[in-house]
Structures are given as C-alpha cells and as structure tokens.
Ligand binder design. Sequence first.
Ligand code: MRU
Length: 352
Amino acid sequence: MVPLRSVDWDDGAVVIVDQTLLPNELRHLRITNVSHLVGAIKRLAVRGAPSIGVAGALGVALAARTHPPADQAQAFDDDVHALRSARPTAVNLARAVDRAAGARGGGYHAILAEGLAIRDEEIASCWSMGIYGSELLIELTGERPQRLMTICNTGGLAAVERGTALGVIQTMLERGLLAEAIPLETRPLLQGGRLTTWELARMGAPFRLIVDSAGPFLLAQGAADAVLVGADRVAANGDTANKVGSFSLALGARNAGVPFIVVAPESSMDLDTPSGEMIEIEDRGSEEVTRAWRETIAPLGTKAINPAFDITPHEMITAVVTDRRVIRLDRGEKLSEVPLGPLRTSHRRSAI
Ligand code: MRU
C-alpha cells in the first residue's frame, strides 16, 4: 500500500487530503494562510485528533511566515488563538498549537521544526500502538483471526499516515490475524462509511459495513470479538471522548461481554481534565443531521441535537492502549500510575 499523508508540509504550504471528497475523489489542498486552514479544520477537510493537531502546529508556522512573532506579536497571537480554538474536543489541537507557538522565540524556522517533530511523533506513535494493541488483543481473545468492530475513522486519514484503532486492525491484518473488520457508518458525516471503508479497501482487509444502530445488536449476536475505538481526549480517570456512538458501542460490548478498547496516543491523554463531564463536546448544529450527506431528509426548519462526540465512562472501558503503555481500566489501573514504556517501532514493515 502506498503511504499517504493526511497532512504534511511542502514548501511553505500545509498540504492536506480533502477528506470531504473521499471516497469519490482523492484531492490534495495546498493551504498557505491561517484562515483557510481554520476553515478546513472546521469543515473536517482535515479531521481526526492527531491529524488536526499536526495541521494546527504547522498552521502556527504559516502564521509565523505571515506575521513574524518578534515584529507582529498581536497578529501572530490572533492566528494562534484561531487555530487552537477551531475545534474544542480533541486535546491534540490546542496542545500541538501551544507546543509549536512555544518555539516563537526561535522564529519561523524553530516553529516549523516543532510542527514537523509533532508530525513525525504522531506517525511513530501509530506503529507503536499497533504493536501494543495487537498484543493486548491476542492476550484477551487468543492468537486467532479476529472480528473487530470500530466506529468513525481512526486510520491514517485521522492520524497522519497510519491509524490508532484502525492501526491496530491494520497490524492484525499484517500478522494474519484479521478475520473481518466491521466499521460503523458513523452518522451524520459518515467517516466510517466513506473513509474507513476506503482505507480498509486500500489495505486489502476483509470488511463489512454496518449502520450505527446495528452495532450493539450485532455484538449481542456474537458478531465481533472486540470493539476498538479512537479518542479525542482521555480524561485523568479514563473517561473517553470519542465520536458520538462510541458510548452505545461500549454498552453493547458490556452487554455482549466483549472487550471495549480505546486506542489513542499519549498526545490525547489529558491528565489536567479530571473526568469526562469537564470535556467540552463540540455541537455541530442541526444541518448535518437534517441532511443525509448532501440530501435534505427532514422537513425545512427541523431542529436537531448534534453532539459530535460522546463520553464513554471509564468503568465501561477494558483498556486504554497508547504508544507507550496499556492501561487496564478493567483491573482498576489509573492513567496517573501506569508508567510509560518504550515507543515500539521496531516491527515497522512496509505494509501490504
Ligand atoms: O469529528 P472527527 O471526524 O474529527 O472525529 C474523529 C474521531 O472521533 C476519532 O475517533 C478520533 O479523533 C481519533 S482519530 C485517530
């Protein structure tokens, strides 16, 4: 599979894959100003917690080119503020923007170097999560081909080059241990139906797509061995913000007695937020719900409730897998207590 980067830097521009056009068209956008980048993040042309973190950090480099922080501090700060608040739920965005902006003393080149370092770290993290996650799955359900249910898109599109939860599924495929992936379509913006299916097909993975409401029922019928989801933010107590529908899957997994595993890099762990109720959940307004992709489906003027994310309580999560450790919440382990282990990238393969 030819590696593809959802977000990168090229000669003074942030280059993103426009994820709103997939799976019908693979088009890159070259973005050279901060307001266009903020717009791209808000309309989910670039999306997924690690990808928006990297986009935001590289956006700070764009800001520094236009408004050198030493001479135009106010304009630079305004750009940084616009980037860090483009979306509220994923901690990666504000954190990566702040980290890049922290290099302002070294000017544009130092900021760009920080943004590129964050990009490289996120790529390496995904390889490591694949190893930790696949070992956990083998421990929990045995070394045999597994059926793995997942929601939203947590592949390379969401995490720069390789995925978090979908990266574990890819690692299982590479190890000959994937019987089937079962992605949920993920209303309203269909990240599962449009993007995860596209990535699974590119990998050559066996998969079948389901509607969101079928997830808990199919789990009860024994259709999957485990559920793997990503995270936009994991609070200190393990409560996890992820794409809306994750909580229903956790309920379904508990009902069926199958493991519910969160896979996310350390850059999504937020020890400063004690629990899930303190996480701001992005409200994306009515229109995404009253339309099914581009067709209007509800009478004009219909109001909708549209939280983009939900919170899965830590009691319902079997384990959080990061790039540096596995935290067994089901055994009472705590994020603040489990020590960081090594970043494990030695099993890198140029994939299938
Ligand atoms: O609204 P999105 O598409 O950005 O939501 C993405 C998710 O919920 C992902 O599961 C999460 O960001 C982890 S991505 C590796």
